[in-house]
Design a protein around this ligand. Structure first.
Ligand code: BJW
Length: 225
């Protein structure tokens, strides 16, 4: 059975990472959705770099939860027939042990040089404008896909959705495209696992509601019987 799993901020919520649209919380008085944009970066790069520096620095303080671990069990059973596509920029899937993870919105622990196009693994801050290790220009930005930018690896994702027997969406509000459209691209059965019905809940053949740490392990158990 070929399975594509899409994850969003809800899968990392119980690890202690904030979601985008649930908390209504502000970061330094700003809506995070306004900070995570190319326009905000052009207006005030220092502010946007601080936003991502803080989130990058927080990663070692959080751990993968039972939902991340359940997806590793699924990969152990399905091997290359499972693809995890995540909108999350954290590294909790990898730290749980998932190997086939596709980060369509980029990764916090990567920096992208807008001068030479090199990408570098990055764990420290970027706000002090460090030189790019490749070209030495001080033009490193977070390797993150903002609104209006093209998500990564869409050809691979599109093909996997086309070929899958089952598409499962976990912990995402279903308001950001193209991920919100994956349910329409998937050829197989569709299932939503989310705290509450998402914006696209009625597009799924089946929807289950509750915390990811309960729903995801239970669903994996069911599939592996
Ligand atoms: C739990 C839980 C628990 C809580 N257990 N569940 C008009 C119409 C259609 C499209 C557009 C339009 N105008 C513009 C667009 C395109 C635009 C877009 O979608 N805009 C919409 C706002 C309308 N999209 C883009 O620009 C994208 N690019 C693009 O489309 O390029 C064109 C192209 C596409 C394909 C091929 C070729 C070309 C880029 C989108 C970039 C999104 N970037 C961000 C920020 C960067 C990353 C970061 O800083 O972290 O990505 S925005 C933000 O939203 C972030 C997230 O990845 C993304 C999705 O959020 P997510 O994960 O769904 O989180 P929440 O908070 O919204 O929801 C959490 C859910 O979990 C909730 O439902 C909770 O209930 C649930 N939950 N606790 C289970 N314990």
């Amino acid at each position: 059975m070929r399975v594509v799993v899409l994850t969003g901020a809800g899968i990392s919520a119980e690890s202690g990472l904030s979601t985008f649209r649930d908390s209504g919380g502000l970061w330094e008085g700003h809506d995070p959705m306004q900070v995570a944009t190319p326009e905000a970066y052009a207006d005030d790069p220092g502010l946007v770099q601080r936003f991502y520096d803080e989130r990058r620095a927080a990663l070692p303080r959080v751990r993968p939860n039972a939902a991340h671990h359940a997806l590793v069990r699924l990969e152990d059973a399905l091997g290359d027939d499972l693809l995890v596509v995540t909108q999350n920029v954290d590294d909790l899937h990898e730290r749980a042990g998932s190997r086939r993870v596709h980060h369509i919105h980029g990764r916090l622990r990567s920096a992208w040089c807008t001068t030479c196009d090199a990408r570098h693994g990055w764990d420290g801050p970027l706000r002090h404008e460090p030189p790019c290790p490749t070209c030495e220009e001080a033009t490193l930005r977070p390797d993150i896909v903002w609104f209006g930018e093209i998500p990564y690896g869409m050809d691979v994702v599109e093909q996997a959705l086309w070929d899958c027997d089952l598409f499962v969406s976990i912990g995402t509000s279903g308001v950001v495209y193209p991920a919100a459209a994956f349910v329409h691209w998937a050829r197989g059965a569709t299932l939503e696992l989310n705290l509450e019905p998402s914006a696209g809940a009625t597009d799924f053949a089946e929807s289950r509601h509750g915390p990811a740490t309960r729903l995801v392990p239970a669903w994996v158990d069911e599939l592996l019987v």
